[in-house]
Design a binder for this molecule. Sequence first.
Ligand code: AGP
Length: 611
Amino acid sequence: MCGIVGYIGSNPCVDVLVSGLEKLEYRGYDSAGVAIVRDGVLETRRAKGKLINLKRAIKAEPTDGLLGIGHTRWATHGAPTVDNAHPHRSGEIAVVHNGIIENYVELKRELVGHGHVFASETDTEVIAHLVNHIKTARKLSLVDAVRAAVRRLHGAYSIVVVDASEPDVLVGARLASPLVLGFGTDENYLASDVSAILNHTRDIVFLDDGVLATVRAGSVTLTDIETGKEVEPVIKRITWTPSMAEKGGYKHFMLKEIHEQPRAIADTLRGRFSLERCEVDLPEIPVTAEQLQNISQFYVIACGTSWHAGLVGKYHFEDLAGLATHVELASEFRYRRAPIDERTLVLAISQSGETADTLAALRDAKARGATIISICNVIESSIPRESHGTLYTHAGPEIGVASTKAFTTQLAALHLLAIRFGHLLGRLAPEGVVRELEALLHVPAMMEAELEREHDYASIIRSWHQVHSMLFLGRGNLYPLALEGALKLKEISYIHAEGYAAGEMKHGPIALIDEDVPTVVLNPMDAHFAKVRSNLAEVKARSGPVLTVATDGDAEADEIGDFKLTVPDVPETVLPLMMSLPMQLLAYYMADFKGTDVDQPRNLAKSVTVE
Ligand code: AGP
């Protein structure tokens, strides 16, 4: 996600803003900017790339003042350019924004109709124009104009707004995107993240959703956006070190990112469907019904965890769209002469968008006439740039090398794409579209609840942290989750682990089972329940310790296995999403107990740009 810093007080603030943005650099960004109110005039400085470029822009044209906002942007709508960098302005009003405005296209149309001229491709710019429009048309104060404007926004936002004509106030608001308020002496701060302002204050209010903050140098008022009623600020004294603050109080980025998944999935779904029309809208994927009907081959290419996401996608594409799907390791596919022609559709999946093997496989398929679509988390990275269309996941930057939120947002994006294809091919009736969408829409809240069960892992970890090898078994669309569970464990705890399709057990791996080789059995109440439970019994019969990942309320699982974790009873198509959490948390707690470098595991890189 992007980073926000805002300041109002009695000191010149450009250094506070830029140094605050530096503290947010770890989150990743592709452009940055500040807006300062100087002597009643709004001045902006923006730059593409790293903060050093912004510093150069400020040095070339110095600015400073007692009120200002700053932003580091991780592009979601529009390329990382100077024009798309925040702050965005409309007249003397400037806005910085984190999140996604779902209805920006309608709002933009309306504002253009009122004569507003847009300078960027971003969703954020509509907020600046909307505030300006409402303020002027209704002759409101900035605070009231922001309140009226945010009530028209659909989506997720944390925003901070300044207006050169009201230089004594900084206004912030949030909905489903973090914003904190920091108290100083004759100065106050707003930021997306505590770490941005920790050098100046440790007295922090974590703003709740639906709250508007009116911040002046010597006072702060919080009000409910809808009712206008005052809200009492709950000030917390933060004792975190700067490194803890970067991780939002979590011990590792990986754990923070695991906890960010409900929000990341909601952001990935946001604005991409209509329950009323029973449709998924993906204008970024230029594949027509006619093209789908005439496909010669459909390949999904990826590496590592993204390949596991592709394997789950195969179940979605085949079940929901009736589309025969070949999921290929990009490093193998690039050297095969697989049949490819002008009627071939290739879907490349990559969180980074820079993986060398995936990129090479994509280029080869493209050169041979295939249509290339991709799922990616990094806007304007190489894979999207070379694709005919890209469905971006909105996970925000992932810092832990072990992929977590990038994986689950890929699963959500694949599910959306399969619903879309199913609809285009006439395989999925409107009721089916709604059923799948509703299942997906319930996932974030269910994940929130599941994330509160972390204590369930303690006894497992105490018993198993010294093992040298583990097996993961799953069947159907949970077979890829068995692979992913094993990969996560290997990557960060360095414990050898293998994932298998449960039905393959008796064809070899069963020979490994003894009292020192635990098996994690993914055994919820799905279509494969009884068969997988038999596999579990086979492991127990050979003295193998078992962790069963079962459906809530499955009492038998307590008796048959040694340990149990549970997932809620959800439709099968979203089981892989829910099953991701126990796979990730098991690996995380195992690694943390062993004391390995969870975020930077040995020998691994976040972006594998070499073959
Ligand atoms: C995941 O935990 C891994 N670090 C790794 O397998 C990764 O998924 C793989 O390198 C592919 O990366 P990409 O998604 O950026 O293409």
